[in-house]
Design a protein around this ligand. Structure first.
Ligand code: DX5
Ligand code: ZN
Length: 227
């Protein structure tokens, strides 16, 4: 249910390619460096060919990161319905599941809402974005993947921008997030197409000046985001 407030640009670093041995420190320093929220990539080795972490790690992390910091859970998992309650109990704030992974997306949306978390729907690069249209009024956010999900550090797929533009044109108030290969070199195209929530992993975490990169992304938004 999109709100009537004006859309805000937000930068959510992905911690996937950060130093996972000190995840809490990495998260807190990203917040100190200007991150608006944290994007946490959950992979199950089935929906995507990689494994990361689950609710127990989120629960531990939550104890070390201020409650006001939003945990945006990118659930790259089969059967996303299965982990909703665990993630809510662990202190996750937003549960973004993949359209492709759910047999009954409307039911999955309902279950996430009942858990008290915000709900998002993600689509992989090969998925037709118009399939999401019927759910757009039920979710808090739609995530357009700009790489094949599974790994950080891949090349940004500029040909996903028409999907972003489609959503922005059809649903002017919808929170639209992009994820994968985003950096200061291409983020203007995301903003121009209408994305307002920007996930950015390695371009931030692998840079010696993460605060500088986050600032740069926001400065680019000042010119490029016109919605
Ligand atoms: C890919 C993940 C992304 C990604 C972001 O499967 O969902 O969140 O790791 O990292 P970069 O920006 O390095 O592509
Ligand atoms: Zn992600």
């Amino acid at each position: 249910m999109p709100s009537d407030l004006p859309l805000k640009v937000k930068i959510g670093p992905s911690i996937l390619n950060s130093d996972l041995s000190c995840l809490a420190d990495e998260c807190n320093s990203l917040i100190k460096n200007g991150a608006d929220y944290l994007h946490l990539d959950v992979m199950d080795g089935h929906f995507v060919p990689n494994l990361t972490f689950g609710a127990p790690v989120v629960k531990s992390l939550r104890k070390h990161v201020e409650r006001s910091v939003l945990f945006d859970m990118h659930m790259m998992v089969a059967e996303p319905e299965k982990w909703i309650q665990d993630m809510a109990n662990a202190g996750a704030d937003q549960y973004v599941f993949h359209y492709e992974a759910s047999k009954d997306p409307a039911n999955c949306i309902r279950l996430v809402k009942e858990s008290g978390m915000k709900v998002g729907m993600a689509v992989k690069p090969k998925t037709d974005v118009t399939l999401v249209d019927e759910y757009a009024d039920m979710v808090d956010l739609v995530l357009i993947m700009t790489v094949e999900p599974g790994f950080g550090g891949q090349k940004f797929m500029v040909d996903m921008m028409p999907k972003v533009a489609h959503l922005r044109q059809k649903f002017p108030k919808l929170e639209v997030e992009v994820d994968g290969g985003v950096s200061p070199k291409n983020v203007d195209q995301c903003f121009t197409a209408g994305a307002n929530q920007i996930v950015c992993g390695s371009a931030i975490t692998q840079n010696s000046d993460p605060a500088g990169v986050i600032k740069q992304l926001k400065t680019i938004a000042d010119d490029a985001f016109k919605f």
